[in-house]
Design a binder for this molecule. Structure first.
Ligand SMILES: Nc1ncnc2c1ncn2[C@@H]1O[C@H](COP(=O)(O)OP(=O)(O)O)[C@@H](O)[C@H]1O
Ligand SMILES: [Mg+2]
Length: 255
């Protein structure tokens, strides 16, 4: 039984790249149109839009290699060990490789990076949390439901110009979303107004590669607490009266 959304083109298709939506320090996101092959002979005009997130290289073998590609140096790999604390690696050789941060170990984490993000987003999507549907992944690529229109991608919450009423609404949606995420046993780990999108009155949660399993990771609750303080602070700064500690306590009851 397939549980993917109706709009997704999953029959034979070809992808058309429409260029970069956003390029950050960790990833570049492109707008891709997926067209059903039948469309060529007019039998079918099914198509859908995809946000294709491609991770930038995380380690350099040659000095200046990333810079030559026009890329800022990626964030340090060391943090991954902390995030993956609760994760079981089947083979101890794999775990040791990661601990030593050998090239093999880094490769292993790179592969798991998109896999983890896909897995987490699919679980949240199934639970009805407002995340783009994760369509699929490969080594360093994650395909997501695109949020936006042909004219423009959904702005990050930080850049969206919300009315007072919309701000209240966005906060309510934030809490509903967070309850769902916590109920799934997950802490986002990098929640900010940059990793929330606002489109036609709906708030979307994105960017989950560093999310962690609250139960399996001793620092899970710390990450959740930090996320809540961070995003509540953003709303407070914009004039909303919110009690971050109370919000955090409320969320714990959804675990
Ligand atoms: N599904 C999506 N639909 C539209 N835009 C997206 C989508 N996913 C990401 N983006 C855009 O790409 C940016 C970067 O994506 P994100 O997942 O936050 O990666 P990172 O911050 O690691 O570069 C987002 O802030 C947003 O502007
Ligand atoms: Mg981001």
């Amino acid at each position: 039984m397939s549980d993917h959304p109706d709009w997704l083109v999953d029959e034979p298709h070809h992808d058309v790249d429409h260029g970069v939506i956003k390029s950050g320090k960790e990833a570049q996101v492109n707008l891709v149109e997926r067209v059903a092959d039948g469309a060529r002979d007019g039998a079918d005009d099914r198509s859908c839009l995809i946000a294709r997130k491609r991770y930038l290289p995380r380690h350099v073998t040659q000095k200046g290699q990333l810079e030559a590609l026009g890329v800022q140096r990626a964030s340090a790999f060391r943090h991954d060990v902390q995030y993956r604390e609760g994760r079981q690696f089947r083979k101890s050789r794999d775990r040791r490789a990661i601990e030593r941060m050998s090239t093999y170990g880094k490769r292993l984490l790179q592969d798991r990076w998109t896999e983890t993000e896909h897995e987490v987003m699919l679980e949240l999507w199934r639970r009805g949390v407002s995340v783009p549907y994760p369509i699929g992944y490969a080594d360093d690529v994650l395909d997501l439901e695109y949020v936006g229109s042909w004219e423009m991608a959904a702005p990050q919450l930080s850049a969206a110009r919300l009315s007072r009423h919309e701000l209240d609404d966005a906060y309510d949606q934030l809490i509903v979303g967070l309850r769902g995420i916590v109920a799934a046993g997950i802490a986002h780990g990098d929640l900010s107004a940059y990793n929330l999108l606002w489109w036609e009155g709906r708030l979307w949660f994105i960017d989950f590669p560093q999310s962690i399993d609250i139960a399996a990771n001793m620092q899970g609750l710390d990450y959740l607490h930090r996320d809540v303080l961070n995003i509540c602070g953003w709303f407070e700064h914009r004039g909303l009266t919110v009690d971050a500690e109370e919000t955090f306590a409320d969320l714990l009851s959804f675990m």
